[in-house]
Design a protein. Structure first.
Length: 223
């Protein structure tokens, strides 16, 4: 049953969602602003309403809600393995009729397998995913970007750099809350390693100056 009051702001809807689950995919204090900022960053870097966008780790649709509204019908695609968080997000954020109008599609696997959509994308987006994913999973995302996008496609994603007291992550498991864990955590990857991983796949990467959400650096990977 849909729990949305269409007269409520998205911030209020997010706060209602937070009463059900604290796993919402972004902070609650700036829930509405964080989601809107993701769309604004995509638009600043060229996203058009007719582009096909893959939102990796779309969570409870904190950012996806804005993207779905902006994009033409059939152009938003989301991947989220945490089905409880996703379903509660839909119930508490999405007003009746929006999905019927915009026709978004979703997958719920945790293998970064995007083949189920059968689509060539123009944009990938991953907010605060590389801050939890091991390097092997980042490489899977980059491989998927090469395989499932059109020439000239762009991948907007965020990361945190290592430093003396927060070293580069060498492990091979997800760090932080997810569909299998309720323990918070962050991991870091060097920009040099990201550059090397992109170059190995014939991709270019740019560190975007001035782009920050939740103190994370943003990069643009291009085919």
């Amino acid at each position: 049953m849909n729990a949305v009051n269409p007269h409520d702001s998205l911030q209020k809807r997010g706060e209602n969602l937070y009463q059900v689950t604290t796993q919402i995919g972004c902070g609650i204090k700036r829930f509405e602003k964080t989601g809107r900022a993701q769309l604004e960053a995509l638009v600043r870097h060229g996203l058009n309403p007719w582009d096909k966008l893959l939102d990796i780790g779309c969570g409870a649709l904190c950012g996806g809600y804005w993207m779905i509204n902006f994009l033409h019908p059939g152009c938003y695609f989301g991947v989220e393995p945490n089905t409880f968080m996703f379903e509660e997000g839909v119930k508490h954020l999405v007003e009746p009729g929006l999905f019927e109008e915009k026709k978004p599609q979703f997958l719920h696997n945790d293998q970064y397998d995007f083949s189920g959509f059968g689509v060539k994308f123009d944009y990938f987006h991953a907010h605060s995913i590389w801050t939890h994913a091991p390097k092997k999973d980042i490489e899977k995302m980059l491989d998927g970007f090469v395989e499932h996008t059109n020439p000239g496609a762009r991948f907007l994603t965020s990361f945190k750099s290592p430093h003396l007291f927060r070293p580069d992550y060498k492990g091979d498991v997800w760090i932080g809350r997810c569909h299998e864990s309720d323990v918070a955590g962050i991991c870091r990857h060097s920009y040099k390693w990201i550059q090397q991983a992109c170059a190995a796949r014939g991709l270019s990467v740019e560190l975007l100056k001035g782009e920050k959400i939740h103190k994370q650096k943003w990069i643009m990977v291009r085919r």
